[in-house]
Design a protein. Structure first.
Length: 583
Protein backbone atom coordinates (compact mmCIF):
# COMPACT_ATOMS: atom_id res chain seq x y z
CA UNK A 1 0.00 0.00 0.00
CA UNK A 2 0.99 3.67 -0.28
CA UNK A 3 3.29 4.77 2.56
CA UNK A 4 4.81 8.09 3.54
CA UNK A 5 8.29 6.62 3.10
CA UNK A 6 7.55 5.35 -0.42
CA UNK A 7 6.36 8.70 -1.74
CA UNK A 8 8.62 10.99 0.26
CA UNK A 9 12.01 9.32 -0.01
CA UNK A 10 12.72 10.03 -3.73
CA UNK A 11 12.48 13.83 -3.41
CA UNK A 12 13.76 13.74 0.17
CA UNK A 13 16.92 11.95 -0.96
CA UNK A 14 17.30 14.49 -3.76
CA UNK A 15 17.07 17.41 -1.35
CA UNK A 16 19.47 15.80 1.10
CA UNK A 17 22.01 14.79 -1.52
CA UNK A 18 22.39 18.33 -2.83
CA UNK A 19 22.03 20.28 0.40
CA UNK A 20 18.74 21.95 -0.48
CA UNK A 21 16.34 22.75 2.33
CA UNK A 22 12.55 22.73 2.23
CA UNK A 23 9.38 23.23 4.25
CA UNK A 24 5.67 22.73 3.66
CA UNK A 25 2.41 24.66 3.99
CA UNK A 26 -0.63 22.38 3.83
CA UNK A 27 -4.40 22.42 3.99
CA UNK A 28 -6.10 19.60 2.07
CA UNK A 29 -3.29 17.09 2.59
CA UNK A 30 -3.40 17.67 6.35
CA UNK A 31 0.29 17.10 7.02
CA UNK A 32 0.90 14.15 4.69
CA UNK A 33 3.44 16.15 2.64
CA UNK A 34 5.41 17.01 5.77
CA UNK A 35 5.17 13.47 7.11
CA UNK A 36 6.35 12.01 3.80
CA UNK A 37 9.38 14.31 3.66
CA UNK A 38 10.21 13.61 7.29
CA UNK A 39 10.05 9.85 6.63
CA UNK A 40 13.31 10.13 4.66
CA UNK A 41 16.27 8.94 6.77
CA UNK A 42 18.25 11.92 8.16
CA UNK A 43 15.44 14.28 7.09
CA UNK A 44 16.76 16.88 9.52
CA UNK A 45 19.47 17.65 6.98
CA UNK A 46 16.93 19.21 4.60
CA UNK A 47 13.47 19.44 6.22
CA UNK A 48 12.74 22.52 8.30
CA UNK A 49 9.11 21.92 9.25
CA UNK A 50 5.51 22.27 8.16
CA UNK A 51 2.45 24.41 8.73
CA UNK A 52 -1.11 23.10 8.41
CA UNK A 53 -3.83 25.74 8.04
CA UNK A 54 -7.31 24.26 7.85
CA UNK A 55 -9.48 26.97 9.39
CA UNK A 56 -9.77 30.74 9.68
CA UNK A 57 -8.76 30.53 13.33
CA UNK A 58 -5.54 28.72 12.37
CA UNK A 59 -4.84 31.33 9.70
CA UNK A 60 -5.36 34.19 12.18
CA UNK A 61 -3.05 32.48 14.67
CA UNK A 62 -0.23 31.84 12.19
CA UNK A 63 -0.40 34.57 9.54
CA UNK A 64 0.00 38.36 10.02
CA UNK A 65 -3.26 40.27 9.65
CA UNK A 66 -1.83 42.47 6.87
CA UNK A 67 -1.14 39.35 4.84
CA UNK A 68 -4.56 37.83 5.51
CA UNK A 69 -6.21 40.96 4.16
CA UNK A 70 -4.37 40.45 0.86
CA UNK A 71 -6.10 37.09 0.43
CA UNK A 72 -9.43 38.87 -0.16
CA UNK A 73 -13.02 38.28 0.93
CA UNK A 74 -14.14 34.71 1.82
CA UNK A 75 -17.64 35.61 0.59
CA UNK A 76 -16.24 36.37 -2.86
CA UNK A 77 -14.10 33.22 -2.83
CA UNK A 78 -17.14 31.01 -2.23
CA UNK A 79 -19.30 32.68 -4.91
CA UNK A 80 -18.48 30.20 -7.72
CA UNK A 81 -15.98 27.46 -8.72
CA UNK A 82 -13.69 29.79 -10.67
CA UNK A 83 -13.35 32.18 -7.74
CA UNK A 84 -12.82 29.28 -5.37
CA UNK A 85 -9.93 27.80 -7.32
CA UNK A 86 -8.41 31.24 -7.85
CA UNK A 87 -8.53 31.86 -4.10
CA UNK A 88 -6.50 28.69 -3.52
CA UNK A 89 -3.92 29.80 -6.08
CA UNK A 90 -3.59 33.12 -4.27
CA UNK A 91 -3.40 31.37 -0.89
CA UNK A 92 -0.57 29.02 -1.93
CA UNK A 93 1.43 31.70 -3.71
CA UNK A 94 1.10 34.48 -1.15
CA UNK A 95 1.51 32.39 1.99
CA UNK A 96 4.03 30.09 0.33
CA UNK A 97 6.36 33.03 -0.28
CA UNK A 98 5.78 34.25 3.28
CA UNK A 99 6.60 30.95 4.99
CA UNK A 100 9.60 30.31 2.71
CA UNK A 101 11.07 33.56 3.98
CA UNK A 102 10.11 32.86 7.60
CA UNK A 103 11.63 29.36 7.55
CA UNK A 104 14.63 30.39 5.42
CA UNK A 105 14.48 27.42 3.07
CA UNK A 106 15.42 26.92 -0.60
CA UNK A 107 12.06 25.40 -1.55
CA UNK A 108 8.63 25.58 0.01
CA UNK A 109 5.74 23.42 -1.17
CA UNK A 110 2.35 25.02 -0.51
CA UNK A 111 -0.96 23.18 -0.98
CA UNK A 112 -4.66 23.96 -0.59
CA UNK A 113 -7.91 22.71 -2.12
CA UNK A 114 -10.81 20.37 -1.40
CA UNK A 115 -10.33 16.68 -0.61
CA UNK A 116 -14.01 15.86 -1.11
CA UNK A 117 -15.97 17.82 -3.72
CA UNK A 118 -19.28 16.48 -2.43
CA UNK A 119 -18.77 18.18 0.93
CA UNK A 120 -18.43 21.62 -0.63
CA UNK A 121 -21.31 24.13 -0.60
CA UNK A 122 -23.81 23.48 -3.44
CA UNK A 123 -22.53 26.38 -5.56
CA UNK A 124 -18.99 24.89 -5.49
CA UNK A 125 -19.63 21.16 -5.96
CA UNK A 126 -19.00 21.35 -9.71
CA UNK A 127 -15.39 22.06 -8.77
CA UNK A 128 -14.94 18.49 -7.55
CA UNK A 129 -11.98 17.39 -5.47
CA UNK A 130 -8.87 19.38 -6.32
CA UNK A 131 -5.61 20.67 -4.93
CA UNK A 132 -3.61 23.72 -5.96
CA UNK A 133 0.12 23.22 -5.41
CA UNK A 134 2.69 26.00 -5.57
CA UNK A 135 6.42 25.44 -5.27
CA UNK A 136 8.25 28.59 -4.20
CA UNK A 137 11.95 28.33 -5.00
CA UNK A 138 15.08 30.50 -5.06
CA UNK A 139 14.39 34.18 -5.80
CA UNK A 140 10.75 33.41 -4.95
CA UNK A 141 10.22 31.89 -8.41
CA UNK A 142 6.88 30.06 -8.36
CA UNK A 143 5.49 26.99 -10.14
CA UNK A 144 1.75 26.43 -9.67
CA UNK A 145 -0.44 23.56 -10.85
CA UNK A 146 -4.01 22.48 -10.18
CA UNK A 147 -4.48 18.76 -9.56
CA UNK A 148 -7.87 17.05 -9.75
CA UNK A 149 -8.92 13.91 -7.91
CA UNK A 150 -10.64 11.04 -9.67
CA UNK A 151 -14.45 11.23 -9.29
CA UNK A 152 -14.56 7.84 -7.57
CA UNK A 153 -11.76 8.51 -5.09
CA UNK A 154 -12.56 8.71 -1.40
CA UNK A 155 -11.49 11.69 0.68
CA UNK A 156 -8.46 9.82 1.98
CA UNK A 157 -7.48 8.55 -1.48
CA UNK A 158 -7.51 12.11 -2.77
CA UNK A 159 -5.34 13.26 0.13
CA UNK A 160 -2.75 10.63 -0.76
CA UNK A 161 -3.04 11.46 -4.47
CA UNK A 162 -2.56 15.19 -3.88
CA UNK A 163 0.42 14.51 -1.62
CA UNK A 164 2.16 12.35 -4.21
CA UNK A 165 1.59 14.91 -6.94
CA UNK A 166 2.79 17.80 -4.78
CA UNK A 167 6.03 15.92 -4.10
CA UNK A 168 6.36 15.08 -7.81
CA UNK A 169 6.05 18.78 -8.62
CA UNK A 170 8.64 19.63 -5.98
CA UNK A 171 11.01 17.12 -7.56
CA UNK A 172 10.39 18.50 -11.06
CA UNK A 173 11.00 22.06 -9.87
CA UNK A 174 14.31 21.14 -8.24
CA UNK A 175 15.53 19.47 -11.42
CA UNK A 176 14.42 22.41 -13.57
CA UNK A 177 16.17 24.84 -11.22
CA UNK A 178 19.37 22.86 -11.62
CA UNK A 179 19.10 22.77 -15.43
CA UNK A 180 18.56 26.52 -15.64
CA UNK A 181 21.43 27.26 -13.29
CA UNK A 182 23.79 25.05 -15.26
CA UNK A 183 22.75 25.96 -18.80
CA UNK A 184 21.22 22.56 -19.50
CA UNK A 185 24.36 20.66 -18.47
CA UNK A 186 24.02 16.98 -17.61
CA UNK A 187 21.55 16.79 -14.74
CA UNK A 188 22.09 13.11 -13.95
CA UNK A 189 23.58 13.97 -10.58
CA UNK A 190 20.15 15.31 -9.60
CA UNK A 191 18.12 12.30 -10.62
CA UNK A 192 16.22 10.84 -7.67
CA UNK A 193 17.43 7.53 -6.30
CA UNK A 194 14.09 5.81 -6.95
CA UNK A 195 11.09 6.30 -9.22
CA UNK A 196 7.49 5.15 -9.52
CA UNK A 197 6.92 2.38 -12.05
CA UNK A 198 3.99 0.28 -13.26
CA UNK A 199 5.03 -3.38 -13.38
CA UNK A 200 3.57 -6.78 -14.19
CA UNK A 201 4.67 -9.58 -11.90
CA UNK A 202 3.58 -13.20 -11.58
CA UNK A 203 3.04 -14.75 -8.18
CA UNK A 204 5.50 -17.47 -7.20
CA UNK A 205 2.95 -20.20 -7.97
CA UNK A 206 1.90 -18.48 -11.23
CA UNK A 207 -1.71 -18.37 -10.09
CA UNK A 208 -2.05 -14.63 -10.68
CA UNK A 209 -0.36 -11.80 -12.49
CA UNK A 210 -0.18 -8.59 -10.47
CA UNK A 211 -0.24 -5.10 -11.96
CA UNK A 212 1.59 -3.08 -9.32
CA UNK A 213 2.76 0.45 -8.66
CA UNK A 214 6.23 0.13 -7.16
CA UNK A 215 9.39 2.08 -6.46
CA UNK A 216 12.40 1.02 -8.56
CA UNK A 217 15.93 2.40 -8.81
CA UNK A 218 16.09 5.30 -11.26
CA UNK A 219 18.18 4.34 -14.33
CA UNK A 220 21.64 5.91 -14.39
CA UNK A 221 24.07 6.84 -17.16
CA UNK A 222 26.57 4.03 -17.77
CA UNK A 223 27.73 4.76 -21.35
CA UNK A 224 28.71 7.99 -23.05
CA UNK A 225 25.85 7.50 -25.52
CA UNK A 226 23.18 7.03 -22.82
CA UNK A 227 20.40 9.52 -22.18
CA UNK A 228 17.80 9.55 -19.40
CA UNK A 229 14.30 10.52 -20.47
CA UNK A 230 11.81 11.97 -18.02
CA UNK A 231 8.72 10.11 -19.25
CA UNK A 232 5.69 12.37 -19.65
CA UNK A 233 3.25 10.39 -21.82
CA UNK A 234 2.84 6.71 -22.75
CA UNK A 235 -0.19 5.15 -24.49
CA UNK A 236 -1.83 1.90 -23.44
CA UNK A 237 -1.92 -0.08 -26.69
CA UNK A 238 -3.36 -3.58 -27.20
CA UNK A 239 0.23 -4.85 -27.38
CA UNK A 240 0.85 -3.35 -23.93
CA UNK A 241 -2.20 -5.15 -22.54
CA UNK A 242 -0.66 -8.38 -23.83
CA UNK A 243 2.61 -7.64 -22.07
CA UNK A 244 1.01 -6.70 -18.76
CA UNK A 245 -1.56 -9.48 -18.52
CA UNK A 246 -0.76 -12.11 -21.14
CA UNK A 247 -3.59 -14.66 -21.29
CA UNK A 248 -4.69 -14.04 -17.70
CA UNK A 249 -8.45 -13.69 -17.17
CA UNK A 250 -8.93 -9.92 -17.05
CA UNK A 251 -12.68 -10.29 -16.50
CA UNK A 252 -11.96 -11.69 -13.03
CA UNK A 253 -9.47 -9.01 -12.00
CA UNK A 254 -9.77 -7.61 -8.50
CA UNK A 255 -8.29 -4.73 -6.49
CA UNK A 256 -5.86 -6.48 -4.16
CA UNK A 257 -4.58 -3.25 -2.59
CA UNK A 258 -4.56 0.47 -3.49
CA UNK A 259 -1.40 -0.16 -5.52
CA UNK A 260 -2.08 -3.62 -6.95
CA UNK A 261 -4.61 -5.32 -9.26
CA UNK A 262 -4.60 -9.12 -9.27
CA UNK A 263 -5.62 -11.07 -12.39
CA UNK A 264 -6.03 -14.88 -12.18
CA UNK A 265 -4.17 -17.23 -14.51
CA UNK A 266 -5.76 -20.46 -15.66
CA UNK A 267 -3.66 -23.53 -14.69
CA UNK A 268 -3.71 -24.51 -18.36
CA UNK A 269 -1.99 -21.24 -19.32
CA UNK A 270 0.78 -21.09 -16.73
CA UNK A 271 3.39 -22.07 -19.31
CA UNK A 272 2.66 -18.94 -21.37
CA UNK A 273 4.12 -16.82 -18.57
CA UNK A 274 7.60 -18.38 -18.72
CA UNK A 275 8.86 -15.71 -21.12
CA UNK A 276 8.27 -12.00 -21.59
CA UNK A 277 7.13 -10.25 -24.78
CA UNK A 278 10.61 -10.46 -26.26
CA UNK A 279 11.06 -14.18 -25.66
CA UNK A 280 13.35 -13.73 -22.65
CA UNK A 281 12.85 -15.74 -19.48
CA UNK A 282 10.34 -13.86 -17.36
CA UNK A 283 12.06 -13.16 -14.07
CA UNK A 284 10.68 -10.79 -11.49
CA UNK A 285 8.74 -7.70 -12.48
CA UNK A 286 8.30 -6.57 -16.08
CA UNK A 287 8.03 -2.77 -16.42
CA UNK A 288 5.22 -2.07 -18.89
CA UNK A 289 4.99 0.41 -21.74
CA UNK A 290 6.33 -0.33 -25.22
CA UNK A 291 6.41 3.31 -26.28
CA UNK A 292 6.11 6.83 -24.97
CA UNK A 293 7.68 10.27 -25.00
CA UNK A 294 9.34 12.68 -22.64
CA UNK A 295 12.18 15.14 -22.14
CA UNK A 296 15.87 14.24 -22.01
CA UNK A 297 17.07 15.37 -18.58
CA UNK A 298 20.48 13.66 -18.43
CA UNK A 299 23.01 12.68 -21.08
CA UNK A 300 26.37 11.01 -21.46
CA UNK A 301 29.42 12.80 -22.79
CA UNK A 302 28.97 11.72 -26.42
CA UNK A 303 28.16 14.78 -28.61
CA UNK A 304 24.98 13.17 -29.95
CA UNK A 305 23.79 12.48 -26.42
CA UNK A 306 24.59 16.01 -25.24
CA UNK A 307 22.74 17.45 -28.24
CA UNK A 308 19.52 15.83 -26.98
CA UNK A 309 19.46 17.50 -23.55
CA UNK A 310 16.20 19.33 -23.04
CA UNK A 311 14.64 17.91 -26.20
CA UNK A 312 11.35 16.00 -26.45
CA UNK A 313 11.96 12.48 -27.74
CA UNK A 314 9.82 9.44 -28.50
CA UNK A 315 11.16 6.09 -27.29
CA UNK A 316 10.24 2.51 -28.14
CA UNK A 317 11.03 -1.13 -27.46
CA UNK A 318 12.02 -3.30 -24.49
CA UNK A 319 9.23 -1.82 -22.36
CA UNK A 320 9.89 0.45 -19.35
CA UNK A 321 7.88 3.46 -20.57
CA UNK A 322 5.41 3.15 -17.68
CA UNK A 323 7.97 4.65 -15.32
CA UNK A 324 9.01 8.17 -14.37
CA UNK A 325 12.40 7.80 -16.05
CA UNK A 326 13.74 5.61 -18.86
CA UNK A 327 17.20 5.06 -20.28
CA UNK A 328 17.76 5.13 -24.07
CA UNK A 329 20.65 5.29 -26.51
CA UNK A 330 21.36 8.44 -28.47
CA UNK A 331 22.60 6.25 -31.33
CA UNK A 332 19.86 3.61 -31.39
CA UNK A 333 16.82 3.29 -33.64
CA UNK A 334 14.52 3.16 -30.63
CA UNK A 335 14.52 6.92 -30.10
CA UNK A 336 13.17 9.69 -32.33
CA UNK A 337 13.95 13.34 -31.49
CA UNK A 338 10.95 15.57 -32.13
CA UNK A 339 10.95 18.93 -33.94
CA UNK A 340 10.85 22.06 -31.79
CA UNK A 341 7.36 22.79 -30.50
CA UNK A 342 6.12 19.17 -30.54
CA UNK A 343 4.96 18.12 -27.07
CA UNK A 344 5.42 14.78 -25.36
CA UNK A 345 1.67 14.23 -25.51
CA UNK A 346 1.74 14.66 -29.30
CA UNK A 347 4.79 12.41 -29.66
CA UNK A 348 3.67 9.61 -27.31
CA UNK A 349 2.37 7.30 -30.07
CA UNK A 350 5.19 7.74 -32.60
CA UNK A 351 6.11 4.10 -33.04
CA UNK A 352 3.58 1.30 -32.61
CA UNK A 353 0.63 2.61 -34.62
CA UNK A 354 2.57 4.60 -37.27
CA UNK A 355 5.06 1.82 -37.95
CA UNK A 356 2.35 -0.86 -37.95
CA UNK A 357 0.22 1.13 -40.41
CA UNK A 358 3.22 1.74 -42.67
CA UNK A 359 4.18 -1.91 -42.26
CA UNK A 360 0.76 -3.19 -43.36
CA UNK A 361 0.96 -1.20 -46.58
CA UNK A 362 4.60 -2.11 -47.18
CA UNK A 363 3.82 -5.83 -46.70
CA UNK A 364 0.91 -5.70 -49.15
CA UNK A 365 2.99 -3.91 -51.76
CA UNK A 366 6.08 -6.07 -51.26
CA UNK A 367 4.09 -9.25 -52.01
CA UNK A 368 2.39 -7.85 -55.08
CA UNK A 369 -1.15 -7.35 -53.75
CA UNK A 370 -3.26 -4.83 -55.67
CA UNK A 371 -5.42 -3.85 -52.66
CA UNK A 372 -5.98 -4.89 -49.06
CA UNK A 373 -8.61 -5.32 -46.35
CA UNK A 374 -8.19 -4.02 -42.82
CA UNK A 375 -10.40 -4.72 -39.79
CA UNK A 376 -10.93 -2.64 -36.63
CA UNK A 377 -10.41 0.17 -39.07
CA UNK A 378 -11.83 2.97 -36.92
CA UNK A 379 -8.99 2.59 -34.41
CA UNK A 380 -6.20 5.16 -34.23
CA UNK A 381 -4.07 2.83 -36.33
CA UNK A 382 -6.91 2.35 -38.81
CA UNK A 383 -7.37 6.09 -39.20
CA UNK A 384 -3.66 6.45 -39.93
CA UNK A 385 -3.90 3.72 -42.55
CA UNK A 386 -6.81 5.51 -44.25
CA UNK A 387 -4.74 8.69 -44.51
CA UNK A 388 -1.66 6.80 -45.73
CA UNK A 389 -3.50 4.82 -48.41
CA UNK A 390 -5.28 7.95 -49.59
CA UNK A 391 -1.89 9.64 -50.10
CA UNK A 392 -0.40 6.57 -51.76
CA UNK A 393 -3.45 5.89 -53.93
CA UNK A 394 -3.58 2.29 -52.68
CA UNK A 395 -7.08 0.69 -52.54
CA UNK A 396 -8.14 -0.14 -48.98
CA UNK A 397 -11.30 -1.87 -47.72
CA UNK A 398 -12.04 -0.82 -44.15
CA UNK A 399 -14.07 -3.08 -41.83
CA UNK A 400 -15.82 -1.51 -38.81
CA UNK A 401 -18.67 -2.55 -36.51
CA UNK A 402 -20.80 0.57 -36.11
CA UNK A 403 -22.43 3.18 -38.32
CA UNK A 404 -20.70 6.00 -36.45
CA UNK A 405 -17.37 4.40 -37.31
CA UNK A 406 -18.37 4.41 -40.98
CA UNK A 407 -18.98 8.15 -40.75
CA UNK A 408 -15.72 8.67 -38.86
CA UNK A 409 -13.63 7.18 -41.69
CA UNK A 410 -15.64 8.86 -44.42
CA UNK A 411 -14.90 12.17 -42.73
CA UNK A 412 -11.20 11.41 -43.22
CA UNK A 413 -11.69 10.35 -46.85
CA UNK A 414 -15.11 10.76 -48.51
CA UNK A 415 -14.10 8.14 -51.07
CA UNK A 416 -13.07 5.57 -48.45
CA UNK A 417 -14.51 2.05 -48.77
CA UNK A 418 -16.01 1.31 -45.36
CA UNK A 419 -18.08 -1.78 -44.53
CA UNK A 420 -20.05 -2.46 -41.36
CA UNK A 421 -19.54 -6.09 -40.27
CA UNK A 422 -22.65 -5.99 -38.07
CA UNK A 423 -25.17 -5.52 -40.91
CA UNK A 424 -26.89 -8.55 -42.56
CA UNK A 425 -25.45 -7.77 -46.01
CA UNK A 426 -21.83 -7.63 -44.83
CA UNK A 427 -20.57 -10.80 -46.53
CA UNK A 428 -22.19 -9.81 -49.83
CA UNK A 429 -20.85 -6.24 -49.57
CA UNK A 430 -17.38 -7.56 -48.75
CA UNK A 431 -17.32 -9.86 -51.79
CA UNK A 432 -18.42 -7.02 -54.07
CA UNK A 433 -15.61 -4.75 -52.88
CA UNK A 434 -12.95 -7.48 -52.93
CA UNK A 435 -13.84 -8.21 -56.57
CA UNK A 436 -13.90 -4.52 -57.48
CA UNK A 437 -10.54 -3.67 -55.91
CA UNK A 438 -8.72 -6.97 -56.37
CA UNK A 439 -7.89 -7.11 -52.67
CA UNK A 440 -5.98 -10.37 -52.16
CA UNK A 441 -4.63 -9.80 -48.63
CA UNK A 442 -6.36 -9.04 -45.34
CA UNK A 443 -5.05 -7.72 -42.02
CA UNK A 444 -7.34 -8.72 -39.16
CA UNK A 445 -6.85 -7.03 -35.80
CA UNK A 446 -9.58 -9.09 -34.11
CA UNK A 447 -7.91 -12.51 -34.37
CA UNK A 448 -10.76 -14.53 -32.89
CA UNK A 449 -14.36 -15.07 -33.95
CA UNK A 450 -15.64 -15.39 -37.53
CA UNK A 451 -14.10 -12.36 -39.23
CA UNK A 452 -10.83 -13.92 -40.44
CA UNK A 453 -12.88 -16.80 -41.89
CA UNK A 454 -15.17 -14.32 -43.68
CA UNK A 455 -12.25 -12.35 -45.11
CA UNK A 456 -10.55 -15.42 -46.61
CA UNK A 457 -13.90 -16.69 -47.92
CA UNK A 458 -14.43 -13.43 -49.80
CA UNK A 459 -10.92 -13.53 -51.27
CA UNK A 460 -11.47 -17.15 -52.40
CA UNK A 461 -14.95 -16.44 -53.81
CA UNK A 462 -13.49 -13.54 -55.81
CA UNK A 463 -11.01 -15.95 -57.43
CA UNK A 464 -8.01 -14.27 -55.79
CA UNK A 465 -6.53 -17.25 -53.92
CA UNK A 466 -2.74 -17.40 -54.21
CA UNK A 467 -0.64 -20.42 -53.31
CA UNK A 468 2.62 -18.43 -53.23
CA UNK A 469 2.05 -16.11 -50.31
CA UNK A 470 0.26 -15.39 -47.06
CA UNK A 471 -3.16 -13.84 -47.59
CA UNK A 472 -4.25 -13.26 -43.98
CA UNK A 473 -2.27 -11.55 -41.24
CA UNK A 474 -3.63 -11.48 -37.70
CA UNK A 475 -2.51 -8.99 -35.06
CA UNK A 476 -3.96 -7.22 -32.05
CA UNK A 477 -6.11 -10.13 -30.76
CA UNK A 478 -9.00 -7.78 -29.96
CA UNK A 479 -11.40 -10.74 -30.04
CA UNK A 480 -10.23 -13.44 -27.60
CA UNK A 481 -12.89 -15.98 -28.66
CA UNK A 482 -11.80 -19.00 -30.76
CA UNK A 483 -11.31 -18.30 -34.46
CA UNK A 484 -13.60 -20.13 -36.92
CA UNK A 485 -10.84 -20.51 -39.53
CA UNK A 486 -10.85 -23.90 -41.20
CA UNK A 487 -7.67 -26.04 -41.27
CA UNK A 488 -7.30 -25.25 -44.98
CA UNK A 489 -7.62 -21.52 -44.38
CA UNK A 490 -4.97 -21.60 -41.66
CA UNK A 491 -2.42 -22.38 -44.38
CA UNK A 492 -2.83 -18.84 -45.67
CA UNK A 493 -2.54 -17.20 -42.24
CA UNK A 494 0.32 -15.82 -40.16
CA UNK A 495 0.90 -13.30 -37.38
CA UNK A 496 1.96 -9.72 -38.10
CA UNK A 497 4.35 -7.85 -35.81
CA UNK A 498 6.33 -4.77 -36.69
CA UNK A 499 9.69 -5.65 -35.08
CA UNK A 500 10.74 -8.39 -37.54
CA UNK A 501 9.48 -6.27 -40.45
CA UNK A 502 11.64 -3.28 -39.57
CA UNK A 503 14.77 -5.24 -38.76
CA UNK A 504 18.17 -4.86 -40.43
CA UNK A 505 16.81 -6.18 -43.72
CA UNK A 506 14.61 -3.11 -44.10
CA UNK A 507 16.61 -0.61 -42.03
CA UNK A 508 16.77 2.00 -44.81
CA UNK A 509 12.98 1.98 -45.19
CA UNK A 510 12.70 2.19 -41.41
CA UNK A 511 14.83 5.34 -41.35
CA UNK A 512 12.72 6.93 -44.07
CA UNK A 513 9.59 6.03 -42.15
CA UNK A 514 10.83 7.64 -38.96
CA UNK A 515 11.59 10.87 -40.81
CA UNK A 516 8.08 10.72 -42.27
CA UNK A 517 6.55 10.16 -38.84
CA UNK A 518 8.36 13.23 -37.48
CA UNK A 519 7.27 15.38 -40.39
CA UNK A 520 3.64 14.19 -40.41
CA UNK A 521 3.16 13.59 -36.68
CA UNK A 522 0.36 16.15 -36.37
CA UNK A 523 -1.39 15.18 -39.61
CA UNK A 524 -1.11 11.66 -41.06
CA UNK A 525 0.02 10.11 -37.78
CA UNK A 526 -1.98 12.23 -35.37
CA UNK A 527 -3.23 10.42 -32.25
CA UNK A 528 -6.02 11.48 -29.92
CA UNK A 529 -6.87 10.24 -26.43
CA UNK A 530 -10.22 10.06 -24.68
CA UNK A 531 -8.67 9.80 -21.23
CA UNK A 532 -5.37 10.79 -19.64
CA UNK A 533 -4.51 9.18 -16.31
CA UNK A 534 -1.52 9.45 -14.03
CA UNK A 535 0.57 6.41 -13.15
CA UNK A 536 -1.13 6.02 -9.77
CA UNK A 537 -4.56 5.75 -11.39
CA UNK A 538 -3.28 2.97 -13.65
CA UNK A 539 -3.73 0.53 -10.76
CA UNK A 540 -7.30 1.52 -9.93
CA UNK A 541 -10.13 -0.73 -11.09
CA UNK A 542 -11.95 2.27 -12.59
CA UNK A 543 -9.04 2.93 -14.94
CA UNK A 544 -8.42 -0.77 -15.53
CA UNK A 545 -12.00 -1.27 -16.75
CA UNK A 546 -11.45 1.46 -19.32
CA UNK A 547 -8.19 0.41 -20.88
CA UNK A 548 -8.42 -3.39 -20.64
CA UNK A 549 -11.51 -3.46 -22.86
CA UNK A 550 -9.53 -1.92 -25.73
CA UNK A 551 -12.67 -0.30 -27.10
CA UNK A 552 -12.48 1.46 -30.43
CA UNK A 553 -12.42 5.20 -29.91
CA UNK A 554 -11.34 4.95 -26.26
CA UNK A 555 -7.59 5.37 -26.17
CA UNK A 556 -5.94 5.90 -22.79
CA UNK A 557 -2.73 7.83 -22.20
CA UNK A 558 -0.65 7.31 -19.05
CA UNK A 559 1.17 10.30 -17.57
CA UNK A 560 4.17 8.81 -15.70
CA UNK A 561 5.15 12.11 -14.09
CA UNK A 562 1.66 13.45 -13.63
CA UNK A 563 1.63 15.82 -16.61
CA UNK A 564 2.18 15.84 -20.36
CA UNK A 565 2.28 19.49 -21.38
CA UNK A 566 -1.37 19.74 -20.37
CA UNK A 567 -1.02 22.25 -17.56
CA UNK A 568 -2.26 19.85 -14.90
CA UNK A 569 -0.26 17.13 -13.16
CA UNK A 570 -3.38 15.15 -12.31
CA UNK A 571 -5.62 13.05 -14.50
CA UNK A 572 -7.85 14.61 -17.10
CA UNK A 573 -10.73 14.86 -14.64
CA UNK A 574 -13.51 15.49 -17.16
CA UNK A 575 -12.31 12.74 -19.51
CA UNK A 576 -11.86 10.34 -16.61
CA UNK A 577 -15.35 11.07 -15.30
CA UNK A 578 -16.99 10.71 -18.70
CA UNK A 579 -15.24 7.43 -19.38
CA UNK A 580 -16.17 6.05 -15.97
CA UNK A 581 -19.79 7.05 -16.54
CA UNK A 582 -19.90 4.82 -19.62
CA UNK A 583 -18.85 1.67 -17.78
Amino acid sequence: MTTIAAIGTPVGSLLKQHSFTCAALEATTGGLISASLQATPKASQFYRGGVSIYSRKAAKALVPLTLLKQLGSPKLHYANPANYIQSKIKFTQLLGAYFRTQMQVDFLVAESGAADGKSLPPQLQATGAFSVVTIVGPNNKMTTKTIYGAPTNSRVENMWWFTRQALNLLQETILEHHRQCNGGIDASVLLPATMSSLVSECTSNVSHVHLKLVQLPTPQLTKSTDVIVRMEAAPINPSDIGVLFGQANRKQAMQLSPTCIAVPISPLLKATFKTDQYGNARQGAVVGGNEGAGTVVAAGKHPKAQALLGKVVAVFGQGACYAQYRKASALGRSMNAMPSGVTALEAASSYVNPLTALGLLSTAQRHGHAAMVHSAASSQLGQMLVRICKKEGFPLINIVRRDEHVQLLRALDPAAIVLNSSVPTFQHDLLVQVKRTGASVAFDATGGGPLSHQLLNAIAAAGLERKDTVQLYQYGALDTSPSTLSPEQKKYKTEFWLLPLWGNKNKDEFKRNMVRVREELLTTFKSTYTTKIALEHGVSMESFKMYEQQKTGQKVLLLPNGSADTGSPGSDRRGFANACAKL
